[in-house]
Ligand binder design. Structure first.
Ligand code: ADP
Ligand code: G6P
Length: 475
């Protein structure tokens, strides 16, 4: 079996204590590497005054984890800069938050080159290399420059935006051209794939080859949709773990949690947290009888907090939550409990299971794994209801959720009322369908499909199409 080398900015090997860091990518890659004795390469999370290229190697549960420190300036221009002030907002349709500084692009290219040079000596001829996410689009180009001829694939965990957004980047052509150095380029959804193809056909005159691959910039790559999933079996297992049960029992015993609605997200403006709170406020306004009964538990660990847009959303949320609690709290009841911290996965599973409904309301999201984790944590006896934004990639698969437009407080409020009043038969029917999807399209299926495509299996790309109809909108 060839070795798999996974490359990502964020590297988070499982600690064995259930304390892996927050974010869909780290969660999925830890699960994806579990059956490979591969290498996981990326940033150590630390900075040094000057770049040394020194590799830190450790062996964690059969995986070789190789990390490198970043120079402070690189961290600012590449991570805080091009990755999180340019590509992240733009790819989530927030042109208003996008910074176009030239120095950020230079830092981005420099770090990709440095990462490629550091990784190069670890690569053996039969290895297959799988690069992840928007931080590392130029990795294959840099590896090819160093003479690497191995199969290299790329997976984008976030949305690929519409053509008109991509061209707002001053150097959009080299960015897209860099993707043509990969053998396979994967997106979360058909929608992202089509947006990418739209750019390639209309902006640079690219075309489809006879075998369905994409030709542009004098190169050929295979682009496809590979919707990511969770480790459903592992989630089902931890949901029954003693710690998850303890959290669940504590909540079930306490009347405050009887009608709990849960939200779990990194504190990010793409997650629609303000819109969610406005929807919840509307619900409290419209449903007087629910005011002393329904509680929203919002868990939102801080993320990228050196970036101004993240500081802004944090203070807006603080204000909004204060206002809603100020208006609707009673001496002995607070409608919103808000926690800026992370939890162990088994604790989260217990919280998910105790919640009657989950609010997953991103304004844009590549996939959204929280939606899948919530479903996987439910008990078939008394499952909760998933309320899901139509703008999450997950909405393409999870059609039995209550699909809402997060921009509408009324839709959120109506969906909450519908969820909390839903009878057991309907809840079970919807959950079974959702669970079937979460189990079938899990992280192992995602990894195996991508790796098979990267190894050149022609059947995979053809099989990987989703049902074409629009997600149903609840009214
Ligand atoms: P993103 O990758 O944009 O953060 P996802 O929903 O795809 O969004 O993935 C988020 C991941 O981070 C999930 O696996 C979720 O369980 C985890 N997570 C989010 N909030 C917390 C938290 N407070 N504690 C622990 N894990 C969290
Ligand atoms: C999303 C991105 C990942 C990123 C994660 C956490 O899932 O797609 O690439 O790792 O958020 O963000 P952070 O900036 O902390 O790595």
């Amino acid at each position: 079996m060839s070795r798999l080398i996974v490359v990502s900015n964020r590297v988070n090997p499982p600690s064995g204590k259930g304390e892996e860091s927050v974010g869909g990518l780290a969660m999925a890659l830890a699960a994806a590497l579990r059956e490979y004795s591969g290498i996981w390469f990326g940033w150590s999370g630390k900075t040094t005054p000057e770049f040394t290229g020194q590799l830190n190697m450790q062996r964690v549960e059969g995986v070789t984890v190789a990390t490198v420190d970043l120079e402070e300036g690189d961290y600012q221009e590449y991570y805080n800069g091009y990755a999180n002030k340019t590509l992240w907002p733009l790819f989530h349709y927030r042109v208003d938050l996008t910074a176009y500084d030239r120095s950020f692009g230079e830092g981005y290219d420099r770090v990709n080159k440095r990462f490629a040079e550091t990784l190069r000596p670890l690569i053996e001829p039969d290895d297959i290399i799988w690069v992840h996410d928007y931080h590392l689009i130029p990795m294959a180009r840099e590896l090819r420059r160093l003479g690497v001829t191995n199969r290299i694939g790329f997976f984008l965990h976030i949305p690929w935006p519409a053509h008109q957004l991509v061209v707002t980047l001053p150097r959009h052509r080299p960015l897209v051209e860099a993707l043509f150095h990969y053998d396979v380029v994967g997106f979360q959804t058909e929608e992202s794939l089509q947006a990418f193809e739209g750019y390639v056909f209309n902006e640079v005159g690219g075309e489809k080859t006879e075998d369905g691959r994409l030709r542009a910039f004098g190169q050929i790559t295979e682009a496809g949709a590979f919707p990511i999933g969770i480790d459903a079996d592992d989630f089902a297992r931890i949901t029954k773990s003693p710690r998850a049960m303890r959290v669940y029992d504590r909540m079930a015993a306490h009347s405050v949690f009887r009608k709990m609605v849960v939200g779990v997200d990194r504190l990010d403006y793409s997650k629609g947290l303000e819109e969610r709170l406005l929807g919840f406020e509307r619900f409290l306004h419209d449903h007087e009888d629910a005011r002393r009964e329904v509680m929203l538990l919002q868990i939102a660990p801080l993320s990228r907090d050196e970036v101004e847009a993240y500081q802004d959303i944090r203070s807006r949320l603080d204000g909004l939550i204060g206002r809603i609690n100020g208006a609707y709290a009673e001496m002995d009841f607070t409608p919103i409990r808000y926690l800026n911290r992370s939890y162990r996965r088994d604790e989260l599973a217990g919280v998910y299971r105790a919640a009657k409904a989950a609010l997953v309301t991103p304004l844009r999201d590549g996939m959204n794994l929280v939606a899948k984790e919530y479903v996987a944590s439910q008990n078939s006896e008394d499952p909760g209801v998933l309320i899901l934004s139509r703008f999450a990639g997950a909405a393409r698969q999870m059609k039995e959720a209550l699909i809402i437009n997060p921009n509408s407080p009324e839709e959120i409020s109506d969906a909450l009322a519908q969820a909390l009043a839903m009878d057991e038969t309907e809840r079970k029917r919807r959950w079974e369908d959702l669970m079937d999807n979460v189990t079938r399209q899990d992280v192992t299926a995602w990894r195996d499909d991508f790796v098979a495509a990267l190894k050149g299996d022609p059947t995979v790309m053809a099989a990987n199409t989703e049902t074409p109809d629009e997600p149903a909108v609840t009214t």
